[in-house]
Design a protein around this ligand. Structure first.
Ligand SMILES: NC(=O)c1ccc[n+]([C@@H]2O[C@H](COP(=O)([O-])OP(=O)(O)OC[C@H]3O[C@@H](n4cnc5c(N)ncnc54)[C@H](O)[C@@H]3O)[C@@H](O)[C@H]2O)c1
Length: 386
């Protein structure tokens, strides 16, 4: 066959590749509770197919896909076997916290894009290793902070970026529950690694740090405790354990606080709780030289503010307060946006919607609170080169 004829074939093939609607192939790691919200989104999407799934518990991935009516999936006993055997465009990691770093690094090192559930990792060292794997892979790594897609959360960032607050110098944030200790894999050190601090604390931190442009954390004084989780009086029985057993299993924090100095001369005062004798540890407030913003105490892990926000400022010498109406999210749900934006970044060669370079600082604060609490003093946060 002559060269001209061959090149016609090649051109035709390349054209077809460009125009064909090849579906992105995704592998799911961890088929537990949060994977349910992920699979519901994948089922809606026409340009993606979940072709593989892994879970450490025998039969769990199979039962999961059967429950959601997803067919043609190949099953594996852990992330390693799945990644070794499959050619995937993306790996979606829905494992408990202690199994975030390992699978993420393995997938990135095998040239696969990664969507990783929050919190990023358990320790700062792990987060650094994941960032390094991302760098050497050149692939996309996005961290699963779905509140980023909420219109009210976006409004907080827009207000700060508009300059209306002037120079931001103090932030108080956090939140939590009077009673709301989860069970399952969330309460044991071997699986969760960290408690309320990582589970819901990472969201409160992301809400304000994202708004002010993710300044680098410099020092932290941290505190954590576990008075409720370890007490059978405040524990409860679930399908598998009595209240007493859950109190014995409890080996993470149920309350944490931190006082953090951020680059740019900003103070961050933070507290988070799964259980306490209080309805809320306070609203989120952002104080600036021109105005202050109050965000009513929020379950921000559910992706929205706890009520109308208020902007406090002076006008012609008069102290004003303006309410900011709650915005409705018009389009698809937050999990849809989190997964869609990650897939679009792969398809369009874009950037990670929630980049690890930001969440590294979030993790550094969580890690710093743990280390400072253990040492009983303020510590410097040192983030190694990636
Ligand atoms: N974004 C959110 O709103 C949200 C909500 C809940 C939980 N989460 C996060 O999602 C993660 C998972 O939470 P969950 O409630 O689904 O936990 P889960 O315990 O219900 O499920 C985790 C599953 O991962 C499996 N697993 C662990 N390591 C594995 C490995 N290496 N390979 C294959 N399977 C593995 C476990 O066997 C388990 O079935 C946690 O990190 C949590 O913080 C996020």
């Amino acid at each position: 066959m002559g060269d001209t004829v061959l090149s016609q074939f090649t051109q035709a093939f390349e054209e077809e590749q460009k125009t064909s609607k090849r579906k992105l192939k995704v592998g799911l790691v961890g088929c537990g509770w949060i994977a349910e919200s992920h699979i519901e989104v994948y089922k809606e999407l026409e340009d993606v197919e979940v072709v593989a799934a892994a879970d450490l518990i025998p039969g769990k991935a199979e039962a999961f896909m059967k429950k959601y009516g997803v067919e043609g999936v190949r099953f594996y006993p852990s992330h390693k076997e799945m990644i070794d055997a499959e050619h995937l465009d993306a790996v979606d990691i829905c494992t408990y916290n202690c199994q975030h770093a390992g699978p993420a690094i393995y997938a990135l090192d095998h040239g696969m894009n990664v969507l990783l559930e929050k919190p990023f990792t358990v320790t700062l060292d792990e987060a650094v290793e994941v960032c390094r794997a991302e760098k050497r892979s050149g692939k996309i790594l996005s961290i699963g902070f779905q509140p980023r897609g909420d219109a009210n959360m976006q409004m907080i960032k827009k207000i700060v970026e508009s300059g209306a607050l002037g120079k931001v110098y103090y932030i108080q944030t956090g939140g939590g529950r009077r009673r709301g200790i989860p069970n399952s894999t969330f309460i044991e050190k071997d699986t969760a690694g960290i408690g309320a601090l990582g589970d819901i604390g990472c969201y409160s931190l992301d809400m304000v740090l994202n708004a002010v442009g993710y300044p680098k954390p410099l020092t932290v004084t941290g505190y954590k405790s576990a008075f409720f989780g370890t007490n059978p009086e405040y524990q409860y029985a679930d399908r598998f354990h009595s209240a007493e057993e859950n109190a014995k299993r409890f080996s993470v924090d149920d309350f944490a606080a931190g006082f953090i100095r951020l680059e740019g001369d900003i103070i961050l005062d933070f507290r988070i709780s799964w259980a306490m004798h209080m309805d809320t540890p306070g609203d989120t407030i952002i104080l600036g030289t021109k105005a202050g913003l109050r965000i009513p105490s929020t379950d921000c892990w559910n992706g929205s503010v706890g009520g109308e926000m208020t902007l406090y400022h002076d006008l012609a010498g008069v102290q004003m307060q303006e309410k900011i109406p709650i915005l409705k999210n018009k389009d698809k749900g937050l999990f849809y946006k989190k997964i869609r934006s990650f897939l679009d970044a792969i398809l369009e060669g874009g950037k990670a919607p929630v980049p690890s370079s930001q969440i590294l600082y979030n993790q550094a604060i969580i890690d710093g609170i743990c280390r400072s609490a253990e040492l009983g003093r303020e510590i410097e946060i040192k983030i190694p080169e990636i």
